[in-house]
Design a protein around this ligand. Structure first.
Ligand code: UDP
Ligand code: MG
Length: 148
């Protein structure tokens, strides 16, 4: 089953959105497979966002991600990478549809509350980076009520 890496950024934690965000993924029917509350250092944040290192906003982005604790998660389910991105909404909250997390809870692109992997391959890399110890082995007993 497909997995994605979802991170509630420091602004999402500070603003008390952890429960709301986890609830949206839970209520959709996705399965929580990993979760940790962690403050990362600069080198780690730079690795996570290595693909963006040439961008002008890179330093500000790294400062933002290391500015406080984040909630790092692995969610599992059919098409969870693409559907997770839809639940999160467009990168710039000015363009995120109402009903999405960023559309409902964010205004500026540099304070957009949440990260989600953009492809199955980047999800695999991000899960390996954030959860080197591995993730939970369990399956929800609700499976047959969610999948036909
Ligand atoms: N970002 C920013 N300014 C920009 C573009 C992106 O501050 O002009 C930040 C924003 O927090 C975004 C993150 O960099 O979520 C990663 O950018 P990406 O293009 O990967 O967007 P995402 O995948 O998070 O939607
Ligand atoms: Mg991205």
């Amino acid at each position: 089953m497909e997995q994605t890496f979802i991170m509630i950024k420091p602004d999402g934690v500070q603003r008390g959105l952890v429960g709301e965000i986890i609830g949206r993924f839970e209520k959709k029917g996705f399965t929580l497979k990993g979760l940790k509350f962690i403050t990362v250092d600069r080198a780690f944040a730079e690795r996570h966002y290595a693909d963006l290192s040439a961008k002008p906003f890179f330093n500000g982005l790294v400062e933002y991600i290391i500015s406080g604790p984040v909630v790092a998660m692995v969610w599992e389910g059919k098409n969870v990478v693409t559907t997770g991105r839809k639940i999160i909404g467009a990168t710039n909250p000015a363009d995120s549809a109402p009903g999405t997390i960023r559309g409902d809870y964010a205004i500026d692109i540099g304070r957009n509350v949440i990260h989600g992997s953009d492809a199955v391959e980047s999800a695999r890399k991000e899960i390996a980076l954030w959860f080197p110890e591995g993730i939970a082995e369990w399956s929800s007993s609700l499976h047959s009520w969610i999948y036909e």
